[in-house]
Design a protein around this ligand. Structure first.
Ligand code: ATP
Ligand code: LTN
Length: 332
């Protein structure tokens, strides 16, 4: 126990807004288990964030369990780390209100994810979509997390959480740890296979744009075969070759190979061979994860027990921080 208390803390969250993609895996989830060695880790399935975009209730329910099971399949040990569902810990929304009163309208208006999503869902630009980053700041600050392992697209949100923490600390005395984003050098931003200018996203309408972590081998091969490249038929990294560079990122992330090694391997070969090799490297990594995922989901009672235990442990920590914050702002 003494050892646990001296470890720095890490927090991250993932939305159950669909099935995890290869982008989620490379940019975020696969980095979470290794952090357990060095840090005291807390990982959440952030279902409250997910409803900023309209979700079908039955699908949200199913995806929440699937997401939690995938985190466990990816090696997160619930005995060591805390794994929980965001809506099970009401302190997140309670802190979120206090933080909202310390966040500026102008700051939230500059968030690129808000701009993107409000353009994508013009019929539902709701207040939750706008204040989403405040709830995310609450997730992180509630647990005194030092590190936040995320993909490149979340950097701006973690920076906002830093600003909110500093503003609160200046106004009410030292309370929050100012968190830092942990972003992968390779794979921090995996692009859509159909449009290498856009991020691979689990809510893309074009299912050929993303590889889902539940896609079978045939589907993975088919999607990579269709991936947008260019007409040069030579494998090397370049700004002008966004599609090929993205496939190289994926291959590098799956195999650990360097750019030079990848270029040498496909010297004189066409994109057909390259795409098949990339597909195979993903299949090799996903197959055992899919098996483990199925095994965990088959025992729903055990999964629910793990999530309940996680929620209790999270609530214990969250309560302490919330009490401190309420006291500082002058709530009787
Ligand atoms: P949605 O499509 O519903 O907005 P998303 O696929 O962007 O979802 P999130 O749940 O918002 O996924 O993100 C979970 C984690 O995965 C975050 O840390 C995010 O930065 C990371 N991530 C998401 N997409 C990518 C990507 N294409 N490349 C690298 N990391 C990614
Ligand atoms: N906004 C994140 C999900 C998220 C998160 C968090 C990530 C919600 N709360 C706290 C890290 C820390 C996203 O991936 N869109």
């Amino acid at each position: 126990m003494a050892e646990l208390e001296t470890k720095k803390r890490v927090f991250s969250g993932i939305q159950p807004s669909g099935t995890f993609t290869l982008g989620n895996y490379v940019g975020a989830v696969r980095n979470w288990a290794p952090l357990q060695k060095e840090f005291d880790c807390i990982y959440s399935v952030v279902n409250m964030h997910a409803i900023t975009v309209r979700q079908q209730p039955a699908a949200l329910r199913r995806q929440t369990y699937e997401a939690a099971a995938m985190l466990l399949a990816a090696g997160i040990n619930p005995k060591q780390s805390i794994v929980f569902v965001q809506s099970h810990v009401p302190q997140h929304t309670q802190l979120s209100w206090v933080l909202a009163c310390n966040t500026m309208f102008g700051e939230l208006s500059r968030m690129t994810q808000f701009k993107d999503k409000s353009q994508k869902h013009t019929e539902n630009v709701n207040a939750g979509l706008f204040t989403y980053p405040v709830l995310m700041a609450a997730d992180i600050l509630l647990y005194g997390a030092h590190g936040v392992p995320v993909g490149e697209d979340q950097k701006q949100h973690v920076e906002l959480a830093r600003n909110i923490a500093q503003r609160f600390n200046n106004a009410y005395s030292d309370t929050f740890i100012v968190p830092e984003p942990y972003i992968q050098k390779i794979g921090g931003r995996i692009m859509s296979l159909q449009n290498p200018a856009a991020k691979m996203s689990k809510s893309d309408e074009n299912i050929n744009g993303f590889i889902s972590m539940q896609d079978d081998a045939d589907t993975i091969v088919r999607k990579f075969k269709r991936a947008v490249t260019d007409s040069e038929a030579r494998v090397y990294r370049s700004k002008e070759k966004a599609g090929v560079s993205n496939l190289m990122d994926i291959y590098a992330a799956m195999t650990g190979k360097t750019d030079a090694e990848i270029e040498a391997e496909f010297e004189g070969k066409g994109y057909g061979d390259f795409k098949l090799a990339v597909a195979q490297s993903v299949i090799d990594v996903f197959a055992p994860l899919q098996q483990e995922h199925a095994r965990i989901l088959a025992d729903k009672a055990e999964l629910e027990r793990i999530l309940e235990d996680g929620a209790q442990r999270a609530q214990h920590l969250a309560n302490k921080m919330l009490a401190k914050v309420y006291k500082k702002v002058g709530f009787v």
